[in-house]
Design a protein around this ligand. Structure first.
Ligand SMILES: Nc1nc2c(c(=O)[nH]1)N[C@H]1C(S)=C(S)[C@@H](COP(=O)(O)OP(=O)(O)OC[C@H]3O[C@@H](n4cnc5c(=O)[nH]c(N)nc54)[C@H](O)[C@@H]3O)O[C@H]1N2
Ligand SMILES: Nc1nc2c(c(=O)[nH]1)N[C@H]1C(S)=C(S)[C@@H](COP(=O)(O)OP(=O)(O)OC[C@H]3O[C@@H](n4cnc5c(=O)[nH]c(N)nc54)[C@H](O)[C@@H]3O)O[C@H]1N2
Ligand SMILES: [Mo]
Length: 651
């Protein structure tokens, strides 16, 4: 009915981003899915919930019977609450499939595994408000001013108290405008930048020797590898003047408290995991960790991607980051769920499920609140994979490109229409009460999953979000003390919160790291070139990312008239030098081609991108026709930030 601002909220103090302000245009949108729909040729016909649930159960059971439970793939939704995601992975695993994953695969999977390996916990170390205590804010590969506008407030507050802001980004962005020092790095050269900074820190005796000695392992290997490295080499690889790298290193290491913020510019590379580990290593070497204003802030994506990973909606982990490959995890959940057997993992990641569907190994999929046909890299491949399935069920609030390919579409209640908890990127867990009834016959995800389970002979114990939260309290140690009452208070609680007397944890790693040895593992990695390098045929580097008014697939924001009005169509940013050479003028429709296909976009001629590079947002489907699906070998994230393309004016 209206939007009110929570002035007393510790993370946002009542501020919303443009999408938050447009929320009612989306919630009350006339396009919302209201009834279950079944495919009939090229059309969809309305059916009853009874028929829909039977169909879903039969589709999944049929595949499990004919091809084994490992032929089932599940995508949980980071837009949905913890209880829905907990139940989704429970359904998958009780059916015997280890293949459950979520959009973190395309996003911060390198953080979960990389930061996890270095610090023991793959999550933001401090809270957002704590940024005001930093006297240096180093933002690398994050455009938080557009992607996390609420964070800008805390950075502004730090600046008002004299903090220095350093931004490492190949583009000029709304975030780089806030910077005292903008390192205009060559895309994909972050490890060289970080190593260059560490070289200066070590050589100029700015390393925190006591912290390294008392709290870390592996420094000698890094130090040895830096001996053969030079600032000149770092400058050559990154395209950043040596003096600027040295200046950044000195400011970061000398400041009483420095924060390091990173996001997709770091993770979406084939060396994404090594990038993350190197970011954390810089913080360790400088001793910038485990204190107010000092730590590592991975800027996570969706409203509940943190929670989805915590709940075990990931191929590598059962709930609470119990390794899916560890028989002890299986024993724990066999007892907790009174299950005879559970699948040992890791299961297939979202990106591997696509390959497996193409090979005919995955036969049926249940997708909740994800749109891979718009958001995957190289979507023609994703389409072919989904086409190859025997059965696809999609649970959505809108008819997305993915839903359009389904055999069965289930209408879902949106956030304001259901109870449940969400975990923000600061590990903050908050309960939301249902405010309005769902539109039409839409149902909350919990009910749908529970009913499908029943029809497959399973009692998932998912009658209400309350009931599931209590099970989460028992089975996810970090959430032990997160009762509905406690997390309903403004600001909720930050995990870990192991019991009901625990106040939650604002800053991690203050005394020890959560690794088995309690020490952080210093990493030493070398840079690797991108999977796809530019060539005479495809001479320009294509980078993709976000703009402030649109959100991921755009399935929601492109339906908001006020947001669409601000950015109505797909565009490509191109440097004036390249534009002149290619005879492209501002406003021309151009064709952007890679080996995988072509996309049409409106040219914006601007110095915001370097010569030899173009940038496209991915909130319109065409972009991911051309992006590269090369994967990081550990986290299996695609290299969305690097592809080789060519551009021409559309005849
Ligand atoms: N408005 C809006 N906000 C969002 C979203 C949205 O779609 N729209 N999506 C949410 C989600 S799911 C996520 S994951 C976050 C992501 O938030 P961000 O990661 O901040 O968003 P991106 O635009 O993908 O990339 C960030 C920056 O990385 C830079 N970059 C590209 N390549 C490199 C490189 O090689 N090195 C370095 N150092 N920088 C590079 C880009 O120029 C870009 O400015 O945003 C969340 N918030
Ligand atoms: N080229 C390029 N591609 C990218 C990226 C990039 O930087 N460049 N970034 C990648 C990243 S970081 C991410 S996270 C992915 C995002 O990929 P997706 O997760 O596929 O993107 P979203 O648009 O967030 O899709 C979520 C869907 O959930 C639906 N939804 C919202 N609320 C609910 C609900 O309550 N219930 C249900 N059932 N559904 C709901 C929305 O309608 C929407 O269709 O995209 C990736 N793709
Ligand atoms: Mo994301």
């Amino acid at each position: 009915m209206g939007v009110e601002y929570m002035k007393g909220h510790p993370a946002c103090e009542g501020a919303l981003c443009p999408k938050g302000n447009a929320v009612l245009e989306i919630l009350n949108n006339g396009d919302r899915l209201e009834y279950p729909l079944k495919r009939d040729g090229d059309e969809f016909v309305r059916i009853s919930w009874e028929e829909a649930l039977d169909l879903a159960a039969r589709g999944l059971a049929g595949s499990a019977q004919d091809h084994g439970p490992e032929s089932l793939g599940f995508l949980a939704s980071s837009r949905c609450n913890n209880e829905e995601n907990y139940l989704m992975q429970k359904l998958a695993r009780l059916l015997g499939s280890p293949n459950v994953d979520n959009c973190a695969r395309l996003c911060h999977s390198p953080t979960v595994v990389g930061l996890g390996a270095v610090l023991g916990t793959g999550a933001m170390t401090n809270n957002l408000g704590d940024l005001k205590n930093s006297s240096c804010i180093f933002a690398i590969g994050t455009n938080f001013a557009e992607a996390h506008p609420v964070v800008s407030r805390w950075v502004e507050k730090a600046k008002e108290s004299g903090a220095k802001v350093i931004v490492a980004d190949p583009r000029i962005t709304s975030t780089s405008w806030m910077a005292d020092l903008h390192l205009r790095i060559n895309p994909g050269s972050d490890i060289d930048l970080l190593r260059g900074m560490m070289k200066v820190i070590v050589d100029e005796e700015l390393a925190d020797e006591r912290f390294i000695e008392e709290r870390t392992e592996g420094f000698e290997i890094l130090a040895a590898s830096l001996r053969g490295y030079s600032l000149a080499k770092a400058s050559e690889m990154t395209g950043v003047p040596a003096e600027e790298i040295a200046q950044a290193a000195r400011i970061y290491a000398r400041s009483p408290a420095s924060s390091l913020l990173y996001s997709m510019g770091i993770t979406q590379h084939i060396c994404g995991t090594d990038n993350v580990k190197t970011c954390a290593t810089l913080a360790l070497v400088a001793g910038q960790m485990g204190r107010p204003g000092a730590g590592v802030w991975p800027m996570r994506g969706q409203n509940n991607v943190q929670g989805n990973c915590d709940m075990g909606g990931m191929a590598e982990f059962y709930p609470g980051y119990r390794r899916a490959s560890d028989p002890k995890s299986i024993d724990f959940f066999k007892a907790a769920w009174e299950a005879e057997d559970l699948p040992l993992g890791p299961g297939l990641t979202a990106t591997e499920m696509t390959e497996a569907a193409l090979e005919g190994k995955i036969k049926a999929m249940y997708i909740i609140g994800e749109d891979p046909v718009t958001c995957d890299a190289n979507i023609n491949k994703t389409k072919a994979a989904l086409d190859n399935l025997d059965f696809l069920v999609v649970q959505e609030i809108f008819m997305t490109a993915t839903a359009r390919m389904a055999d069965l579409v289930l209408p879902a209640a949106a956030w304001a229409e259901k109870d449940g908890s969400y975990t923000s990127m600061e590990r903050r867990v908050q309960w939301i009460d249902q405010a309005v009834p769902p539109v039409g016959e839409a149902k909350e995800g919990l009910w749908v999953i529970n009913e499908i389970g029943k029809r497959m002979g399973l009692d998932l114990k998912g009658e209400s979000a309350d009931q599931v939260l209590k099970e989460i309290n028992r089975n996810v140690p970090q959430y032990g003390g997160m009762t509905r009452e406690r997390i309903s208070k403004v600001g909720g609680l930050l995990w870990p919160c192991p019991d009901e007397g625990h106040p939650g944890t604002e800053i991690l790693h203050q005394e020890r790291f959560s690794t088995p040895s309690s020490r952080a593992n210093i990493a030493s990695a070398d840079n690797r070139p991108p999977a796809e390098e530019t060539s005479p045929e495809y001479p320009i580097l294509l980078s993709t990312g976000r703009i402030v008014v649109h959100y991921n697939s755009g399935s929601m924001t492109r339906r908001s008239p006020s947001l669409l009005d601000r950015d109505p169509e797909l565009y490509v940013e191109i440097n004036p030098e390249d534009a002149a050479r290619l005879l492209i003028c501002e406003g021309d429709m151009v064709k952007v081609e890679t080996v995988r296909g072509e996309a049409e976009a409106r040219a914006r001629v601007t110095k915001r991108v370097k010569p030899g590079m173009v940038f496209m947002p991915f909130h319109w489907q065409a972009t991911n026709i051309i992006t590269s699906d090369a994967l990081d070998p550990i986290a299996k994230i695609p290299e969305y930030k690097m592809a080789a393309c060519r551009i021409s004016v559309k005849p």
